[in-house]
Design a protein around this ligand. Structure first.
Ligand SMILES: O=P(O)(O)OC[C@H]1O[C@H](OP(=O)(O)OP(=O)(O)O)[C@H](O)[C@@H]1O
Ligand code: HPA
Length: 195
């Protein structure tokens, strides 16, 4: 492990208190990968008739969305959708729409921006919802992808990192609304799920 990679000890009260998390990706690794994704996506969408609309999936994608948009070399527009499906570290199996987009996406090039694809339920739900409004094109970028556990109908077009099935926090990702503002990404020990 490089010297820039630190561990994190959970300090808030509750079932996870005292647990040691491993740093999976440092801030430098994250920013380098964001730039590569931004270059690739800018290249692929440079001939769009109108600026592509980036739809950030709240809350987790907030920092990735901001970094990605600012690293892109083409003009874009932004919108947000908010869904919720997690209780502690487990998916409830049901995706709840909390806030819809406000943009008209018919005939527009749309990029859904996710922080993580885990079970895949959220992206399956979002792709169906967006496609019902007949966009010109629909792509998905996810910063993290738990490929071995996801049940996606269609793979994301752009992936930051494929990661193992470990619960992660930082760079927008939370545990019970905490740890989102960490600049690095940290992982719990494998199979550490709490209902
Ligand atoms: O592939 P899935 O198993 O559906 O999990 C991925 C989704 O779960 C998280 O959202 P969450 O519902 O926790 O809301 P949040 O972004 O506000 O944390 C994450 O931000 C993704 O949107
Ligand atoms: O591993 C995760 N961490 C935080 N939020 C999540 N939402 C789905 N999977 C995760």
């Amino acid at each position: 492990m490089s010297s820039s990679k630190k561990n994190l000890i959970i300090d808030h009260e509750g079932p996870f208190q005292g647990q040691k998390l491993d740093c999976l990706f440092s801030e430098q690794e994250i920013q380098a990968r964001v730039k590569e994704l931004a270059d690739q996506i800018s290249h692929d969408l440079e001939n769009a008739k109108k600026p592509p609309i980036l739809v950030g999936v709240l809350n987790g994608s907030l920092f990735f969305m901001a970094d990605l948009m600012r690293a892109m070399s083409i003009e874009t527009e932004m919108d947000f959708i908010k869904i919720s499906s997690y209780h502690h570290t487990s998916s409830t199996g049901t995706v709840r729409l909390v806030k819809d987009i406000s943009a008209q996406i018919t005939d527009r090039d749309v990029l859904i921006v996710e922080d993580i694809v885990d079970t895949g339920l959220s992206i399956n739900f979002l792709r169906n919802r967006m496609l019902s409004n007949a966009p010109h094109s629909l792509r998905v970028v996810t910063f993290l992808y738990k490929k071995e556990v996801s049940q996606l109908k269609k793979e994301p077009e752009y992936i930051g990192f494929v990661i193992p099935n470990r619960f992660v926090v930082g760079y927008g990702l939370d545990l019970d609304q905490k740890y989102r503002t960490l600049r690095d990404i940290y992982a719990f020990a494998p199979d550490n799920k709490q209902e």
